[in-house]
Design a protein around this ligand. Structure first.
Ligand code: 13P
Length: 255
C-alpha cells in the first residue's frame, strides 16, 4: 500500500511576518488545485496567525516548529499546544536535530512533547537522525532505534500512526549532501520494521515516514520513489515558492 505523500516545509528561523505572508500567498495560489498530495508549512511562531489566515480554505496545512510539554505556566519564551490549537495549527515538528544539538533537547523531553501533541490533537512530525560520526561508526540503525523507542514511549497503538516520523540524517541537513535513495530507503525500511515490532503491522503500514536533508526538486523524484519514503521535510528549498511547488509536483509524480 502506498500512503498519500506529505511534503512539509520547515521555514526554521526565516521570514518576517510580511515575507511569510507573501510566500504563503504564492504557495496557496500555485497549489490550489493540487489535491493528490498533502502539503504543510511550518513558519516561525510570529507568522503562524497571519499565514494561517492566508492558507484558510487552501489545501495547505499549518504546522509549528516546536511546542512545550506543559499547557501553561512559568516557562519564559515557550509556546504550548493549546496556544497552537487556537491558531488552527494541525502539525508540529518535534525533536528536530537543531533543537537536540543546539538547545540540548533529550529523548525523554522529546517524548513528553510527542505525548502532549497527541493529547491536543496535533500531529507530531518527529525528527530522528544520526550525525556523520555515528554513520561512519556504523551506528546509524542503533541511534535511530534509540530515538524512535524513546519518542514513542507511552504512545498507544491507536495514536501511533498519527505520529509522522521524519528521518533527517544530520550530515545531510543544509549541507547539499543528500542521502542516496538506497541509504535513505535502508533507514526508512528499518523504521517501518521497528514500528511493526513496537506496535503492529497495521501501525507500521499506516504511519508516514518522511525524508529530510537537502531534498530539492532535482533529487526528490528518486527519493520519493522509494517504497518506504512517504514524503519530505524540506528546509532550504521550502523558502521559495518555485522550488517548494516543484517539490510538491515531483511528489505527485512519484506516487
Ligand atoms: P534542508 O532541506 O535545508 O537540508 O533542511 C532539512 C531540514 O532540516 C528540515 O527540517
Amino acid at each position: 500500500m502506498h500512503l498519500r505523500k506529505l511534503i512539509a516545509g520547515n521555514w526554521k528561523m526565516n521570514k518576517t511576518t510580511s515575507d511569510a505572508v507573501a510566500l504563503a500567498r504564492d504557495l496557496a495560489a500555485a497549489l490550489g488545485q493540487q489535491n493528490d498530495i498533502d502539503v504543510a508549512v511550518c513558519p516561525p511562531f510570529t507568522a503562524l496567525e497571519s499565514v494561517g489566515k492566508v492558507l484558510d480554505g487552501s489545501i495547505i496545512k499549518l504546522g509549528a516548529q516546536n511546542l512545550h510539554p506543559e499547557a501553561s505556566g512559568a516557562f519564559t519564551g515557550e509556546i504550548s499546544a493549546p496556544m497552537l490549537r487556537a491558531l488552527f495549527v494541525t502539525h508540529v515538528i518535534v525533536g528536530h536535530s537543531e533543537r537536540r544539538v543546539l538547545f540540548g533537547e533529550t529523548d525523554s523531553f522529546i517524548n513528553q512533547k510527542v505525548l502532549t501533541a497527541l493529547k491536543h490533537q496535533l500531529r507530531p512530525i518527529l525528527c530522528v537522525g544520526e550525525n556523520l560520526a555515528e554513520r561512519e561508526a556504523g551506528a546509524t540503525l542503533r541511534i535511530i532505534q534509540t530515538q524512535i523507542e524513546a519518542a514513542f514511549e507511552g504512545v498507544s497503538k491507536e495514536l501511533a500512526p498519527s505520529v509522522i516520523v521524519a528521518y533527517e540524517p544530520v550530515w545531510a541537513i543544509g549541507t547539499g549532501k543528500v542521502a542516496t535513495a538506497e541509504q535513505a530507503q535502508e533507514v526508512h525500511g528499518f523504521i517501518r520494521g521497528l514500528l511493526a515490532k513496537l506496535f503492529t503491522e497495521t501501525v507500521a503500514r499506516k504511519g508516514r515516514i518522511l525524508y529530510g536533508g537537502s531534498m530539492k526538486p532535482a533529487n526528490a523524484g528518486e527519493l520519493l520513489g522509494q517504497k518506504d519514503i512517504d514524503g519530505g521535510l524540506i528546509g532550504g528549498a521550502s523558502l521559495e515558492a518555485r522550488s517548494f511547488v516543484d517539490l510538491v509536483r515531483a511528489a505527485a509524480e512519484a506516487k
